[in-house]
Design a protein around this ligand. Sequence first.
Ligand SMILES: Nc1ncnc2c1ncn2[C@@H]1O[C@H](COP(=O)(O)OP(=O)(O)OP(=O)(O)O)[C@@H](O)[C@H]1O
Ligand SMILES: [Mg+2]
Length: 246
Amino acid sequence: MTAVLSLKNVSFQVGEKVLIDRVSFDVQEGSCLCIVGPSGSGKSTLIRLFNRLNVKTSGDIFYRDHPIEFYPVSELRHRIAMVFQRTSVFPGSVADNLKMALQFRSKEKVADDDPRFVSALNHSGLASSYLSENAELLSGGEQQRMGIARALVTDPHVLCLDEPTSALDVEAAHQVVNTIKSLRDKMTVVMVNHRLEEVEEVATHVAMIDAGKIVEIGTVDEFFHHPKTDRLKAFLAAYRRQGGSE
Ligand SMILES: Nc1ncnc2c1ncn2[C@@H]1O[C@H](COP(=O)(O)OP(=O)(O)OP(=O)(O)O)[C@@H](O)[C@H]1O
Ligand SMILES: [Mg+2]
């Protein structure tokens, strides 16, 4: 197993406030690591450290055996792409939105019918006929899949998704989950998600974070069926009791 990302004793602090506290773990090549934990525990803050949207205060983060500082930021963000809870949509067609992502990353001249558009759309579960659609008029679920396509168009190595389904209804969320499942064979995926049934469906590994610390990390089976810590046991029990997040 090869670690694509490796965190060693990583902390992130803003003023006196320690948001990420001495976190260490590896993300294995081809795995789908889901990160769960209570609201405000540091999940978004943590994944934003991977491509320097947040800059760690101490410790080391390695991407493919090099410290992330070794890579130019634009290259790092191209290789480690992020999809957020709500996709920002730029005025224009879906093709315009995808084109912008390519131009933004590499400043290259991109044709209006670049073949990478169709490939990215198809991998994100949208038909190529969407290319000419007005992006601002798409449904929430379609916009989210366009956001995934926009991340995929630059051919990232690691796709990080921060609660990609939380703003969607059940059906749209299901489509996005299926999209993510179909991507697992093609790239390494890290996803923050508070819907544990979705986590159980897509994850190969799961980590729980609480107050900026890793509580427990393991395979999906270990995590859900053989939790070791009282904290994780309580988290899972509370989730099951409420039929929702803790
Ligand atoms: N740049 C920052 N400066 C100061 N505080 C911050 C900053 N970024 C995040 N925080 C704080 O860090 C804590 C963790 O935030 P974070 O957004 O990572 O939580 P989360 O686990 O993603 O929560 P949620 O499930 O609600 O999205 C919060 O208390 C938040 O207010
Ligand atoms: Mg968050």
